[in-house]
Design a protein around this ligand. Structure first.
Ligand code: IFM
Length: 469
């Protein structure tokens, strides 16, 4: 599979090398509209480092990454991109690329202690950063929870404990009172599927628990936390947008058989409807519990109403498609496709999946809020050669996924922006620093940043777009 995949990506590199401009969208693309926001995203634990500084408390990812065998090469986020100290230069870099939006996250354990008392030094870091972004005219999307739960909350059950949802609402209250006016859009959670399923269902992510019942209960408390936080954010910071960011998966059937079609449907229930149905329909999809019998979470009266509070936007993170078949019983079996293009993660490059999800959601949910693509990008084993990084596959990846966004807009989906994942290479969770998702390369031994060719081309396009009359 790896050889097939690299042969496909070599062919793409050759095709691209022959093009004069391998990135700029065609003249009829909706991406030329100046009000379509183009930015880049990062997350606190993946870039900040400084895990022991200025009163920051440990998070579940500090604990998990310090546990032998959990993260590739024993990597941790202790230093990461040292962004906590280099944030000014990083903002300058973002500005120099002409990026119009920046999506960042706040480290909950940096800003509050176990008793809920604000940590001024931690808060000041985010105030300085957000004020500078505002001064530079960058539109800011701030995620409150991108997986770095304070360890003291995990010690009391983490997302299995309903009380964590109320602690999250307190945290949202503090942040929106402190940062009101500097944030354009608040996202409560990043990718609750990953927090619930990878964190509590199969243990690949912190806190490393593995039980199907845990996954559904954790998801319920995560969504409850979201629902409790939305009105708090609205009250404290009325001018900003409020939403949530989730990862969605395209599942396609490996054959035309009814059983395989059903498996693909169930795959999307498990990846998409598990989150979108409670948010937009106020109920969990019953098919989910057919797939995972006996895992119904404990839901109290009023929870589903809280969870389905109206949203100003939905953040969609998209990376790849999964080909599936029936496992012969009630479950799903993944059937990796041969000869398809893949990234350094082994994920299939499948831009049509993004378009199909967007148009599909638009027809399934009549109350679908305006959409921002809050993450899209790919990892490649990028190297700096003579001061340059020629990330050909990424250029082609971005171009094709932006074309998929354009197609979805033309098909009637209300999509207002797109954030590249990621601004710079960073700590890729269980894969440590080996997987490079950035449009800027980071040399972790020197912290030197090198703008990759993909970022140069995005910058060139943004400059041309800005200059058009
Ligand atoms: O790096 C992650 C990010 O934190 C969440 N979305 C997926 C990215 C790539 O795996």
């Amino acid at each position: 599979m790896a050889n097939d995949a690299s042969a496909v990506s070599d062919a793409i590199s050759r095709d691209l090398a022959a093009l004069a401009d391998p990135f700029t969208p065609p003249a009829d693309s909706t991406l030329w509209r100046k009000n379509f926001l183009l930015g880049a995203a990062t997350a606190s634990y993946q870039i900040e480092g400084a895990v022991d500084e200025d009163g920051r408390l440990p998070s579940i990812w500090d604990t998990f990454s310090a546990t032998p065998g959990k993260v590739l090469a024993g990597d941790t986020g202790a230093v990461a991109c040292d962004h906590y100290h280099r944030w000014e230069a990083d903002v300058d870099m973002l500005v120099s690329l002409g990026l119009e939006g920046y999506r960042l996250s706040i480290a909950w354990p940096r800003v509050m202690d176990a008793a809920g008392v604000p940590n001024r030094k931690g808060l000041d870091f985010y105030k300085r950063l957000l004020n500078r972004l505002k001064e530079k005219g960058i539109t800011t999307f701030v995620t409150l929870y991108h997986w770095d739960l304070p360890q003291h909350l995990e010690d009391r059950g983490g997302w299995l404990n309903r009380d964590t949802a109320y602690r999250f609402a307190d945290y949202a209250d503090l942040m929106s009172r402190e940062l009101a006016g500097t944030v354009d859009a608040w996202a409560t959670l990043n990718e609750p599927w990953c927090s619930a399923y990878l964190g509590y269902g199969n243990g690949h992510h912190a806190p490393g628990l593995a039980d199907g019942r845990f996954a559904t209960q954790a998801m319920h408390h995560l969504l409850l936390a979201h629902g409790l936080a939305v009105p708090v954010l609205r009250a404290n910071d009325p001018a900003s947008l409020k939403g949530i960011v989730a990862n969605f998966g395209r599942g396609t059937a490996n054959s035309d058989s009814a059983a395989d079609q059903r498996a693909a449907h169930l795959f999307e229930v498990q990846h998409n409807a598990w989150i979108l149905d409670p948010l937009l329909k106020g109920a969990y999809p019953q098919d989910l519990f057919e797939l995972w019998p006996g895992t119904e979470p404990l839901v109290l009266d009023g929870d589903m109403q809280t969870i389905s509070a109206p949203l100003d936007f939905l953040g969609i993170n998209y990376y790849f498609r999964t080909s599936v078949a029936s496992d012969g019983a009630h479950g799903i079996r993944e059937v990796p496709l041969e000869g398809v293009e893949r990234t350094q993660m082994g994920w299939e490059v499948y831009p049509d999946g993004l378009r199909d999800l967007l148009t599909g959601f638009n027809s399934t949910y009549r109350n679908l809020p305006p959409i921002y693509i809050t993450e899209n990008g790919m990892a490649s084993d990028d190297k700096v050669i003579d001061g340059h990084v020629d990330d050909t596959q990424r250029i082609s990846f971005l171009k094709r996924h932006l074309a998929a966004v354009d197609q979805a807009i033309k098909a009637g989906v209300d999509i207002r922006g797109y954030f590249l994942w990621s601004l710079m290479d960073n700590f890729e969770w269980a894969f440590g620093y080996e997987r490079r998702f950035g449009v800027v390369h980071v040399d972790y031994s020197t912290q030197k940043r090198t703008v990759k060719r993909s970022a140069e081309l995005v910058a060139k396009f943004l400059k041309e777009r800005k200059a058009q009359v």
